[in-house]
Design a protein around this ligand. Sequence first.
Ligand code: SF4
Ligand code: SF4
Length: 428
Amino acid sequence: MERKTYLHPAERYVTLRDNIEVVLGAQFSLLINFKTGGLHHLNQSASEIMKLFLSGSSIEQVLQHIHTNIDDVKCLLDELHNLKLIDFTVKPGKAPDKDVVAARPELSFIWIEVTNHCNLHCIHCYAQALSGPGNQPDAEQICSWLDQAAALGCRKVQFTGGECTLRHDLIELFKYAKQTGFETIEIFTNGIGLNENLIRFLAENSIHVALSLYSFNAATHDRITGIPGSYEKTMSSLKYILAYNVQVRGSIIALKQNEKEVNATRVFLEQLGVPSGPADPIRPCGRGLDMTNWPSDYGLTFMRTTPDLIVDKQLYDTSLYWNNCWFGKAAITATGNVIPCVFAREQVAGNLNTHTLQEILNNGLLSCWQLSRDKITVCKDCEYRYLCKDCRPWAFGYTGDLIAKSPTCTYNPYTGEWSKAETAMNKK
Ligand code: SF4
Ligand code: SF4
């Protein structure tokens, strides 16, 4: 045991060491060590003590103020000191949280829905893409959107839809995006409209592809897309994509119809040389609002039932002020609506036919970005709130309340208890 430093008459205060942060929660608090990735929980009485220290009280004042056993305080201080989380100092230390300067709000990524027309009719489509004539902004409009985004510092764009390959001027739009300074360009596609000429262009210009595939099994894939033969066409394009060494990633969405096949589909894609993360369950928006398609078994594996946290200082600092997913992002729909992400169909921050992107960013979009965890019901009292990735479309689509806690998390910060995955999403 190290010496009981808090007894030294000159060292009257408690300060957090470098790289250590404290997040106060309703029941528990969390000491985060960003150097080691370690997390240390404090119970309610230890949290109260820590709160006093962090507000500048001396050890003497805390010992006089609290009703807890003095030995408990000494034990706590010894433990935290031995864990190298705190120091004893002659002056009060820093206040918890909010002591970093908020990042300047900058646009870092945009989705552009270049059409809402699609050659498939997927049962869960978040954009409710249409198979008949859809909305298609003209090329001048899209170029103006690219100009405006680039002027705001944005260098990453994903062209999406609908199915963006239905546009005959796609190559011209790619060229324009490159000239405008976009460094990362990706298309999200079902692959059906990719011909060899277009794929060669993608390869020569380092344009990335995100390819949607619902199953290694053609029948399952076609059942979800609603178009017989769609699997064969997508796989045929994938052959060219791989042959031309286009940078490609797979996107697998899990529904009731394919939930037993999504893990094998991921392996199938990876064996072909197409990396893809775990399948993402359908988001409750657009046609995805129909919960009869919800993957009830696979969905359970997606529920947060343990502190599945990202111990990252950048995420922490962003989360202090901003929504940690939406911050810096915008999606432009085929009608010119600006929304914070492609799944947030109802959070329309403005329309580019009547306002500039800068005006929309300064008003509606900024309000979306500012939906930090401190504004979210229940999460605002959770000790994990700055290390936990948020997804507002989940909460909104499921509850109709933009500031509701996500139904995918089973933690109750008022009791400190996690529930089973089966209890999540049990409202509908
Ligand atoms: S979703 Fe909310 S309640 Fe659940 S762990 Fe994250 S911050 Fe805490
Ligand atoms: S908010 Fe949710 S749906 Fe939107 S980009 Fe982030 S994770 Fe995806």
